[in-house]
Structure formats: C-alpha cells, structure tokens
Design a protein around this ligand. Structure first.
Ligand code: GDD
Ligand code: MG
Length: 386
C-alpha cells in the first residue's frame, strides 16, 4: 500500500494529531517515492502483520459477513473473535467456532474464539474490574467490553499491536484495506505509543437506491463536538478530528495497556478522551505514558466504501448518546462545552444530561495466564493454530 506522508499535524500537549492521510495505491510494497510511504519489503509486511493481532467483536451477525471478514484478514495476523452471540435457541456461537475451525484447516492460521458471557471470564475479571460484571457475574454485553477482552487475549498472544474490525463488514476487500492501512501506518511510525483510525471514504447500504454517502451519521455529530472543544481550548479553530467513532482502528499494545475503555459504543470516543485527558488537559499530573515523547494519532481515509449492516436510526442515536456522554463526563468538557453537548443531544430528542458511561481501566492482569486458563478450562473458548 502507498499512502501520503501526513505533512501536517496539530499538537495538543503530548498528542500529535495528524491530518487525514489518503491511500494512493492499495498494494505497493517496496515503492518509495518522496512524500509517500510504502512498507519497504515483503519481509517488513510479514513481520508487522504477524505481530498485529486482529480482534473481531461479534454479536449475532450474519455468518456470511463474518466469514468474509475472516477470509480477508491476511493469514499472517493472529485473529481473536470475541463473541457475544446467542447460544440458544440456536447456538450461533458454535457456528462461529465452526467457521474458525474450517478456516484453520485450510490455512493453519492462528484463531482464538472466546465468549463474552463465559462465566470463567467473569471470575477472572471480577476482582480487578468489578464494574464490568452484570447481575449474573458474567461480563456485561457491549462492544467496548468485548474489545477490552480482546486486548487481554492479544496480550496473551504477546502481540505488539492490535487492530479491531467489525464482523458486519460485507465487503471483504474493504477489510483487507483496513488491515493494510494498519500494517503500513504502524510500520511507518517509529513511536512507541501510536494509534491509527480509519475514516471510511464512503459508506453505502443496499435498501433502495445505491448511494455512496460521504458523511457518517454518528461521526458527523461527535467529530463536530470534539473539534469545537479543541478549538475553544486553544482559541484556534480546528477540524482535525475526523474519526471520533472509528469502529475500525489499531494501536500499539503499549498504548492499549494504558487506556480506559468505555462501555458499549462509547469505546472509540473514550479512547481519544483518555489520551487527551492524560496527555493534554492533565499533562502535569504525570499520567501521560509517552512522556517525554508523543502519542501519535493517525487518520486514514479508505478507498473501499464501508458496507455494513443497517441497524436503524434509534441505534445511531444511542451510539451518539454513548459517545457524547464519554466527552460530557471528561475533563475535556467545561460548562460551556457541556451546554453544547446537551444541545446536540436535544436535537436527537434526548433531554437533559446523558447518563454517565461505564469506564474500565485496562487491568494489570497476566494475559498469557488468562489465555491459558480459557483455552484449558472453558468450554466456550477454543484456539486453533496455537
Ligand atoms: N463482543 C461483542 N459484544 N460484540 C458486539 C457487541 C457486544 O455486546 N455489540 C456489538 N458487537 C459487535 C457487532 O456484532 C459488530 O461486529 C461490531 O461490534 C459493531 O457493532 P454494530 O452494532 O454493527 O455497530 P455500528 O455498525 O452501528 O457502529 C459501528 O461504527 C460506529 C461508527 O460509525 C461500530 O464500530 C461503532 O463502535 C462505531 O462507533
Ligand atoms: Mg455495524
């Protein structure tokens, strides 16, 4: 893949926020041109791919889409499926395992499948993150909760980087592009604390007229709020944030271990909020892990349109509420910003303050032990190719 070198970034404390990068060629290993970047050799591509674990959160998605996603991720990368899918009346989780097994049989690649509602996970995490437990002592449902579990497993696999890809992506070619973006940017950046967030160029869905839409409904609102807050803090207007709700993103494990994870759909916004709290707003408090170096945040626009399951306007509104609540209850938001958020919520038909989001600090647990326990003792977790 060839991308342009991001020539401009904005600095917020120790956070370097890069302007949007574009993909110039989908596959161009070894092609170095001034002002552009490609991974230098195929060996570099393989090295970075094999140390980047890809986590797929899934809750009762179309198995057709999940299979396409799995077959699109380059076989060098270990894959972790974090499932919250039903086990009755139909055992969808078992079918997910069957797909993983059949892919393993033809490729030999590493695939780990765990279940979010595994009672063993509740036991393992209950002490260090009690809030993550539901009434039945299993981990709560929620995408953010699922991503946190995926990071623990990636730690167990001793991955250096981690990337996330939703299971309801209907275009496998787009998934391949996401992974190539992860490898290329994580390979380009020489910093220890780095993140790359996907801004899909266009979004499409298939009911009625085929239309490639430029602006996402959730990101449109949440990006604007974040940009307004950053603008008012510096007194310099900015539109740097293009990926507040980037479901597809990747980062170094060093950074992943330092973050706070928001419950449900607040997770992507909460990651940015935590980075900006620790490394910009409260930088003098000594909680910014990268000091004296920077944290780098890259944003890359894709060539493939993003085609995923359409879950309705109410679902989008809930996602926006979750994301805005992560900002509302953060140190980023002063009284004026809070008013801005309440007004944005009102436009969605939501009156008053949002409910506080659930937040989980990444626990200081031993990933390898957790993985071994799950694989050895749980009936709901399986691993192939380990
Ligand atoms: N493990 C797990 N647990 N996975 C879940 C859960 C859960 O409780 N809930 C949802 N997922 C999975 C879905 O199956 C899907 O693969 C992925 O997480 C994203 O969920 P969707 O419900 O498809 O979200 P979306 O498409 O509306 O929103 C996506 O894009 C937004 C930005 O536009 C998500 O990635 C959002 O997080 C993102 O903000
Ligand atoms: Mg989706």
């Amino acid at each position: 893949m060839q991308i342009n070198y991001p020539s401009r970034f904005e600095v917020y404390g120790a956070v370097k926020f890069y302007e949007l990068i574009r993909v110039y060629s989908l596959f161009a290993v070894g092609y170095q041109r001034s002002g552009f970047y490609s991974l230098p050799t195929f060996r570099d591509l393989e090295d970075i791919a094999s140390t980047t674990a890809i986590v797929i959160p899934v809750r009762d998605e179309d198995l057709f889409a999940l299979e396409g996603v799995l077959r699109a991720i380059p076989i060098y990368s270990p894959v972790i499926i974090v499932s919250a899918s039903s086990r009755s009346p139909i055992n969808i989780h078992n079918m997910e395992i069957d797909i993983a097994r059949s892919i393993y049989k033809t490729t030999g690649r590493t695939i780990v499948v765990i279940h979010q509602k595994d009672p063993l996970l509740g036991e393992i995490l209950g002490e260090s993150i009690p809030d993550i437990l539901d009434n039945d002592n299993t981990v709560r449902y929620g995408k953010g909760e699922g991503l946190l579990l995926g990071i623990l497993v990636a730690d167990g696999l001793r991955a250096s980087n981690i990337g996330f890809i939703d299971a309801d992506n209907y275009v496998p070619g787009a998934v391949l592009e996401y992974t190539m973006i992860y490898y290329t940017v994580l390979g380009m950046s020489e910093t220890r604390y780095k993140m790359v967030r996907i801004a899909w160029g266009y979004k499409a869905w298939g009911i009625g007229e085929f239309y490639l839409r430029r602006l996402g409904r959730a990101s449109g609102i949440v990006n604007t709020v974040l940009n307004k807050i950053l603008s008012s803090r510096r007194n310099i207007e900015t539109d740097i944030v293009k990926t507040s709700n980037s479901g597809e993103h990747a980062m170094s494990m060093d950074l992943a271990r330092e973050l706070v994870y928001g419950g449900g759909y607040s997770v992507e916004t909460q990651e940015l909020v935590t980075i900006l709290e620790n490394c910009y707003i409260d930088i003098s408090e000594g909680n910014c892990p990268s000091l004296p170096e920077n944290i780098e945040i890259y944003q890359v626009e894709t060539r493939n349109p993003h085609v995923h399951a359409e879950k309705g306007e109410k679902h989008i509104a809930n996602m926006v509420v979750d994301s805005l609540s992560a900002i509302y209850y953060s140190k980023l938001a002063n009284d004026r910003n809070k008013e801005l958020i309440v007004n944005a919520l009102r436009e969605l038909g939501y009156e008053g303050e949002p409910t506080p989001p659930r937040r989980y600090r990444y626990p200081r647990l031993h990933g390898k032990k957790i993985l071994d326990t799950l694989i050895g003792e749980s009936k709901l977790s399986v691993s192939f190719g380990l």
